[in-house]
Design a protein around this ligand. Structure first.
Ligand code: SIN
Length: 348
């Protein structure tokens, strides 16, 4: 028995020691770097106040699981994230992702526009390496701040083989979500990031990611969009529908020279008669019109609430208005053909 045990023991292979992954944390600001006057304050704080080195120092566990480097790219509340920031961020991520000594990238970001930045990067980053956006709902100074564990989990995810090739990911509150599907759904709760109806891709528990689903739409290395030579993006704005909605804001956008407009319609992308007339006029001026929905779930059906073929409109499929804006801007860098743009909305 003793001899048998010994023979078995000899054949047990030691687990190969995996070197710690090289992770870059690119900081942009937000509540995760926010500081309030007291530990009980969760609103009314200054976003982006705390530098990235201080954020990392507050989570010493990160250095036990990764070789971490940090860059402070911006220090803003994400409500001020704009097209120029996106181009700068995407170009930097593309440079970093090409480096042999980078295994994964974490981007700290305010939660307000995090989903838009994530989707933009999902369409323009040319890498299979894990790119993870992370934020928090409570400032770093708050009691039970959610930032430290969110940051730790994001580093775990960015260094994991499971996250390779899954496109840009969002990680908060122990969940892993796809950039295309996820949206901010609560003004205040820590479980604010949800992928309505479709669900998250997986979880992170005790330092390990668990995936259950994959993104099915094209992203990153399969994307046709290339921002490497772009200095700006075409102007696209969103007009919001509501009972009694008029065309005043739409007409102002058209007059300002917008190249595309997203109609955040009611229900399955419906619009009022005055808005319909405004959208038809906008299209005649060459503005690309995309019908989306303010509902936040489901598909906007082509030729459903409007005769899109006849009016030469595009539908957003299941993209919410703010993400439809991101895709339309990128689409307009390639083409003004509504047929081609509709194909893109069904592909990405
Ligand atoms: C922001 O988006 O920068 C502020 C809100 C947040 O990060 O939760």
């Amino acid at each position: 028995m003793g001899a048998l045990f010994c023979a078995a023991a000899i054949h047990v292979q030691a687990e190969p020691v995996r070197p710690m992954p090289n992770i870059i944390i690119v900081a942009t600001g937000g509540t995760i770097a926010g500081a309030a006057a007291s530990s009980t304050a969760t609103v009314g704080y200054e976003a982006g106040k705390i530098g990235v080195d201080q954020l990392i120092d507050a989570v010493p566990e990160i250095k036990k699981i990764s070789q971490v480097r940090a860059e402070q790219l911006f220090r803003i509340g994400s409500e001020n994230m704009n097209n120029d920031h996106w181009l700068k961020l995407a170009k930097r991520i593309n440079v970093l992702a090409k480096q042999n000594d980078v295994d994964g990238i974490v981007i700290t970001h305010g939660t307000d526009t995090l989903e838009e930045t994530a989707y933009f990067l999902n369409l323009v980053v040319k890498s299979k390496k894990p790119i993870v956006l992370v934020g928090s709902m409570r400032p770093a100074t708050a009691m039970s701040a959610d930032g430290p564990l969110n940051l730790y989990n994001a580093v775990i995810l960015a260094g994991s083989k499971e996250a390779v090739g899954k496109g840009v990911l969002v990680s908060l509150n122990d969940e892993v979500s796809a950039a295309r599907d996820v949206t901010k759904a609560s003004t205040m709760l820590v479980n604010t990031f949800r992928s309505p109806e479709l669900g998250a891709l997986g979880y992170i528990q005790d330092g390990r990611p668990y995936f259950y689903r994959q993104p099915s739409r094209k992203h990153t290395t399969e994307s046709e969009f290339d921002i490497s030579d772009l200095e700006s993006l075409p102007a696209v704005d969103v007009v919001y529908a509501y009972a009694n909605s008029n065309r005043v804001a739409l007409d102002a956008f058209v007059k300002a020279g917008v190249k595309g407009v997203i109609h955040a319609g009611m229900g399955n992308g419906s619009f009022s008669e005055p808005m319909k007339a405004g959208l038809i006029d906008a299209r005649k001026e060459g503005v690309v019109v995309v019908r989306s929905s303010r509902v936040g779930n489901g598909v906007v059906a082509r030729n459903g609430e409007a005769r899109d073929d006849e009016l030469d409109f595009v539908v957003s499929d299941s993209l919410n208005p703010q993400k439809a804006r991101v895709l339309l801007m990128l689409a307009l860098t390639k083409t003004t053909s509504t047929k081609d743009i509709q194909r893109m909305f069904y592909s990405y």
